[in-house]
Design a protein around this ligand. Structure first.
Ligand SMILES: [Zn+2]
Ligand SMILES: [Zn+2]
Length: 147
């Protein structure tokens, strides 16, 4: 990760190094705000703009995966920067990697079938996580138990 930034002539400041560390260490898909908070614990004067700029650089070098949302903050995965499926809780907005899913059809095969020049793939599964279900305390009954 550090090497590819250097190749692009980007100076790896201690702040940027910390941001990389936060991204690679987290499997929680943090938002820019969360990354900012974490980096500021070590470098209190870090601006939000610095975080945004560094993430842009990491996107350019393919070292972070951006998970975009129209109605919520984008989230970032520096642990697995290649496109991969996610499990997203609609209650607590937790995002987990869905590692049990087989990587599906290669993009090339889909390109051949559709004529599209595909550049990316996104597969997300939305639901309510076990913790949120437990908190709801069975208010949401299974369909067969409804009158
Ligand atoms: Zn949840
Ligand atoms: Zn992920």
């Amino acid at each position: 990760m550090r090497a590819s930034l250097a190749e692009k002539g980007v100076a790896l400041t201690p702040r940027r190094a910390k941001l990389l560390e936060v991204l690679v260490a987290s499997d929680r898909h943090p938002s820019v705000g969360e990354i900012h908070e974490e980096v500021r614990r070590y470098f209190p004067s870090t601006s939000l703009a610095t975080i945004y700029n560094t993430i842009e650089l990491l996107k350019e070098t393919g070292q972070v995966l951006e998970i975009e949302f129209s109605g919520a903050a984008n989230r970032y995965d520096g642990r697995i920067p290649q496109a991969h499926p996610h499990l997203i809780c609609v209650e607590c907005e937790k995002i987990e990697d869905l590692e049990m899913v087989e990587p599906s059809e290669p993009l090339e095969a889909i390109s051949a079938a559709t004529g599209y020049r595909l550049v990316n793939r996104r597969t997300d599964y939305y639901g309510v996580c076990p913790q949120c279900q437990a908190r709801e305390g069975g208010q949401q009954q299974a369909p067969q138990s409804l009158p």
